[in-house]
Design a protein around this ligand. Structure first.
Ligand SMILES: [Zn+2]
Ligand SMILES: [Zn+2]
Ligand SMILES: [Zn+2]
Length: 358
């Protein structure tokens, strides 16, 4: 990449402006220390693994299986080491400025696949569709079971640095008595945008990703500073879903998947749409695998808080899946400034992902 094409700018997250990213592709910013690749374990069955089919007696109590009878493909169990516990009467020890909230909640493990080392891009679309259907159904059941639970976060960690302690492919469900701050920030800011512009900011971002075309010139020299082309941020698209590279990506290979038509609540997804989501996710993960094979990653679902799913946030919020591959270790600069540093321009990363052969 020539000197002229280097990007060095602070990009403001359009949805959460307090979150910004320094995109610095100059050689001096590289290399940040690279995160190791996740150990490759493609075995189908591991005798000693508690999550493998046949070892059901070695997991904490089972909650559900998919399908409900016969050989299971997906299995939901309680978490052996819950982050938030189910005790009903936890004392609250708030004192002075040391305010606490009861650590009340639910923590469950979803064993994504009966085979030990099957990666997401290797799962069939039918299976992925069943998996996201399991996320949806379990979230709904948890909300219905306890009105004190305000948010259910579904996420997946792949690789030890991404937080996965058990190598068998799995996701987690954490139900919380509060809405996490980053979700609340998205909800509040998108609501503010809606008040000003009368449409959803996520829908606007999708439209921009699909149709925007512009050239930004330098005010003084008249040189082209940035060219925005049609579809520049699009990584994949299906009939109902789109995978885009955020303009202010915090992580080099971060990709978000959103429904093309406005939908605030993930719980509202129907089975036909699940199939399209599964196909878009599979192809997106295959592209990531082709470009940064074996990278550790997290993905998580952001949906409108349940208490607000029929309120005014239903028009302003738009659910999405954020996929965040961990290819480098955060530096002191990032932790100290709160500014993420991205060393690959999101436009270049999107182009590379699109060009990958899958
Ligand atoms: Zn296993
Ligand atoms: Zn929308
Ligand atoms: Zn989000």
């Amino acid at each position: 990449m020539s000197e002229a094409n280097e990007v060095r700018e602070i990009r403001i997250n359009p949805i959460v402006p307090s979150e910004s990213v320094l995109v610095a592709t100059a050689r001096s910013m590289r290399p940040k220390k690279a995160e190791a690749l996740a150990p490759r374990d493609t075995r189908k069955h591991v005798e000693t693994c508690p999550f493998c089919r046949g070892n059901e007696d070695r997991t904490p109590p089972q909650i559900l299986t998919y399908p409900a009878s016969g050989d299971w493909h997906i299995r939901i169990v309680e978490n052996l080491y819950p982050v938030l516990g189910d005790e009903r009467n936890q004392p609250n020890f708030s004192f002075g400025l040391q305010q606490t909230i009861d650590g009340y909640g639910r923590h469950e493990v979803i064993i994504d696949h009966f085979e030990h080392g099957t990666a997401v891009h290797d799962m069939s679309t039918d299976h992925l569709s069943m998996l996201f259907g399991a996320y949806r159904d379990r979230m709904a059941q948890i909300f219905a079971s306890d009105a004190r639970l305000k948010y259910v976060l579904v996420f997946k960690n792949f690789g030890p640095a991404a937080g996965a302690s058990i190598p068998h492919t799995h996701s987690q469900v954490i139900a919380m008595p509060v809405v996490p701050e980053n979700v609340q920030n998205e909800v509040n800011n998108s609501h503010e945008y809606f008040h000003k512009h009368h449409h959803c900011i996520f829908c606007a971002l999708i439209d921009e990703a699909l149709t925007f075309e512009a050239t930004i010139y330098d005010r003084n020299s008249g040189e082209v500073r940035r060219k925005i082309d049609v579809g520049q941020y699009v990584v994949e698209r299906g009939e109902k879903f789109i995978a885009i590279k955020p303009f202010a990506s915090r992580f080099e290979w971060e990709v978000h998947i959103l429904p093309l038509s406005h939908q605030a609540d993930f719980l509202a997804i129907n089975d036909t749409d699940l199939a399209d989501l599964a196909a878009v996710l599979k192809r997106t993960m295959a592209r990531l695998e082709a470009v940064i094979g074996g990278a550790q990653y997290n993905y998580f679902l952001h949906s409108v808080p349940h208490d607000e799913h029929t309120g005014e946030h239903a028009a302003s919020y738009h659910w999405h899946l954020e996929i965040c591959p961990r290819t480098s270790i955060p530096t002191g600069f990032e932790l100290g400034s709160g500014l993420f540093v991205n060393t690959i321009s999101p436009e270049a990363a999107a182009a590379q992902l699109r060009a990958a052969t899958i």
